[in-house]
Ligand binder design. Structure first.
Ligand SMILES: [Zn+2]
Length: 341
């Protein structure tokens, strides 16, 4: 569609359709991925753009944020961090586009906060507190890595009709095998596509993912308490007196800004946990809830779903056991899972 410019130059411009805009952004991202090279012996090598970009953006925002401890300035840059992550997440889901940017960002966040903890807080703590904190940290990281590394063992690319509609093979059947347009595959018991692990949550990794989002809020709150207690002890006051002092002075030093960042991550993970607990208790996946709401119903398409919360949790636990089995999609386009013999 062509529009006339509002001034008198007589020039026209063309408004891009949503698909054309998506394609333009996809081209931009693919060009960045293609051009990202790192110097290497014998010639530059192509690098994973997402993995390389996250530490650079993280460092730049951290530097700007920590340059001045004036609270409105720090809060502004924390908002920029949140806004750019939300925008990129929406872009990934709508384009669709896969990137390791979020995995790299998570690693930078954990690494950055852990460095501050080891350098300043750890030397002042009792050995039992240090051990307890590290056990929690290791459990959360192990769950996160497990969710990333457990991938569907057998994949079938999604079928797309001539008009671009994705064929949903689970509509008529009883198997919970749903398509993901971002991954481009049918995923058994698909819950949703998570950009933070750069793959779908399904039968293969749902338990690890739930362990991660349940453990992360506890880790973030534990970090916040430890750092705030250290900060208050360093200034010879109580935690409340320290917070009141910072509020009156409109100051937010890097240490306390890190606490705010960790709490933001914890709240995000707690919201995810709550959504997961509700959907598993209802015996449905997030994908099924969305599909049911589009049809104006709250009923699950899965025949094993019942009104008993405990039974739904047991069904979920047993179905996700097949992460050690083989996900098989046969020639009749129905998904089955079988335990590895
Ligand atoms: Zn996916």
């Amino acid at each position: 569609m062509e529009y006339c410019c509002s001034c008198c130059c007589g020039s026209t411009f063309t408004a891009l359709s949503p698909d054309a805009r998506k394609e333009r952004w996809r081209r931009v991202f693919r060009t960045i991925e293609d051009r990202t090279r790192i110097p290497w012996i014998g010639g530059a090598r192509q690098a994973n753009a997402g993995v390389v970009a996250a530490p650079m953006v993280f460092w730049a925002l951290q530097t700007v944020c920590g340059a001045i401890a004036w609270a409105p300035w720090v809060l502004l840059w924390l908002a920029v961090v949140a806004a750019h992550l939300i925008w990129l997440q929406l872009m990934c889901l709508s384009l669709p586009w896969r990137t390791d940017y979020f995995i790299s960002w998570t690693a930078c966040s954990i690494g950055g906060l852990y460095y501050v903890y080891v350098e300043q807080v750890l030397p002042t703590q009792h050995v039992s507190t240090v051990l307890l904190g590290h056990v929690l940290l290791v459990m959360v990281i192990a769950a996160y890595i497990s969710a990333i590394l457990h991938r569907p063992l057998s994949l079938r690319p999604i079928d797309v009709t001539a008009d671009g509609t994705i064929v949903d093979i689970a509509i008529a059947g009883t198997d919970r095998c749903y398509p993901c347009k971002v991954c481009g595959y049918y995923i058994t018991r698909r819950d949703h596509h998570c950009v933070w692990i750069n793959q779908c949550i399904g039968v293969h990794n749902h338990r690890s993912f739930l362990a991660f989002v349940l453990g992360l809020p506890f880790l973030c709150v534990a970090y916040a308490i430890m750092v705030l207690r250290f900060s208050a002890a360093s200034s010879g006051t109580s935690v409340m007196q320290r917070l009141v002092y910072l509020w009156h002075e409109q100051q937010l030093p890097a240490l306390e800004a890190g606490v705010l960042y960790a709490l933001g991550c914890g709240i995000f993970a707690a919201a995810l946990s709550l959504g997961q607990i509700c959907s598993i208790s209802a015996g449905m996946t997030t994908h099924e809830i969305k599909r049911a709401s589009r049809k104006g119903t709250s009923r699950s398409p899965h025949p094993h779903t019942c009104n008993r919360c405990y039974t739904n949790w047991m069904t979920w636990w047993c179905e996700c056991k097949s992460s050690s089995g083989t996900v098989r999609i046969d020639s009749t386009m129905s998904c089955t899972t079988k335990e590895r013999s």
